[in-house]
Design a protein around this ligand. Structure first.
Ligand code: ATP
Length: 367
């Protein structure tokens, strides 16, 4: 059992605040992904949880116990880095057995435990090999084996599969997730890869410049991003942002005027109410629409916008059609069978039940 709580953590290096007032509650058995661009403070956060760094302010609690200044070796937590530091002179078996040897576990028990771990990681056939004879993926598995073998309360994984090639990363993602389900230990996983975060995390904490931006399930973060940074960071291709302003049409109804083309689009009563309640009328907003929430039609329909095809990108399983709205390029996801020519006239609709709206000035969602 390991519930990890971070309370108002601040970590500075000289003038630089690497982690700024971070609070997080990581539930027992949860797989939490710390996600964000390079330098946003993910590794520093992980090092504070492990005990390799001491925060300048704030508290870290593990199962209710304040461990803020407790030594790393006394926290019962396993840390796996991207750079798998294996002992070159030891075999895979020796590397995995090492933590148990230092705990003076008896030989029979060590053999039992190493074999159990090797079974889970499917590496029984390489136990006699030394690191230089292993592939990157196998070395990473051995490093994981060494972390798992002593059954720690929690795992901290820092970009553990970042150096592997794309195909193998995909396989390892599934394996690591399955491993988490089998072992059931609380896991904090650092990555800058949003696909990895979306596919592996029970929840995701997104950071930028040392500051936590949003915590939620992958679905919550994808469908209801709290600000422009999160909306932009999650999703590939990313969310479209269309500059707009809420104003009254000739019948007095609140609509959104798309600034680059001057067209009005209708919005639901619910969204009108949000705009009025939040006093966002006449303010510059960004309408956020995911490429799969835009509908492309060959004929004019109500609330659709006439435009022209700019570029078509084919991926095999879907197409991304780039269209021009004034000076803005908007990306629409279509079936791979939709055949369109560049400069062809099309009509674009927006699934208004799935939109996000952001205040342009502070970047926050108004939804
Ligand atoms: P990456 O994905 O590139 O590892 P990250 O999100 O993990 O990035 P950190 O490694 O936590 O980011 O670094 C956060 C900031 O703190 C960076 O600007 C980094 O240069 C700085 N930093 C980290 N460790 C130290 C240190 N020991 N001394 C000085 N600055 C540091």
């Amino acid at each position: 059992m390991a519930e990890i709580v971070l309370k108002d953590i601040v970590k500075r290096f000289g003038d630089l605040t690497a982690v700024n007032n971070l609070s997080l509650n990581i539930k027992d058995k949860e797989f939490l992904v710390l996600l964000g661009p390079s330098g946003c403070g993910k590794t520093t956060t992980l090092r504070c949880i492990s005990g390799l760094e001491t925060p300048d302010e704030g508290k870290i609690l593990i199962d209710g116990e304040d461990v803020t200044i407790k030594r790393a070796s006394r926290r019962d937590i396993a840390f796996v880095f991207q750079l798998y530091a294996l002992y070159p002179q030891l075999t895979a078996y020796g590397n995995i057995a090492f933590p148990l040897l230092t705990q003076r576990t008896d030989k029979k028990k060590i053999k039992e435990e190493v074999n159990k771990v090797a079974e889970i990681l499917k590496i029984k056939h390489i136990l006699n090999k030394k690191p230089k004879e292993l592939s990157g993926g196998d070395m990473q598995r051995v490093a994981l084996g060494r972390a798992i073998v002593r059954r720690p309360k929690a795992f901290l994984l820092d970009e553990p599969i970042g150096t592997l090639d794309a195909k193998f990363r995909e396989e390892m993602r599934t394996e690591l997730k399955k491993l988490h389900v089998d072992i059931g230990a609380t896991t904090v996983y650092v990555t800058h890869d949003q696909v990895e975060a979306m596919s592996m995390g029970d929840s995701i904490a997104i950071m930028n410049l040392g500051v936590l931006q949003q915590v939620g399930t992958p679905y919550e973060i994808y469908t209801n991003p709290k600000n422009l940074f999160v909306a932009n960071f999650i999703g590939s291709p990313g969310m479209n942002f269309i500059n707009c302003k809420p104003e009254r049409d000739s019948s007095g109804r609140l609509v959104l005027r798309l600034l680059s083309i001057g067209t009005h689009i209708q919005i639901s009563d619910e969204i009108q109410k949000i705009i009025l309640d939040k006093k966002e009328e006449e303010k510059e907003l960004a309408l956020g629409v995911r490429p799969e929430d835009m509908i492309l039609s060959m004929k004019k329909e109500e609330n659709y916008i006439e435009t022209k095809v700019f570029v078509v990108e084919r991926t095999g399983s879907y197409n991304i059609v780039n269209i021009k709205l004034g000076s803005d390029i908007v990306r629409v996801r279509t079936l791979p069978t939709v055949a369109l020519k560049v400069r062809e006239t099309v009509y674009i609709g927006i699934d208004m039940k799935r939109i996000s709206i952001f205040n342009k000035k502070d970047g926050n969602s108004i939804m």
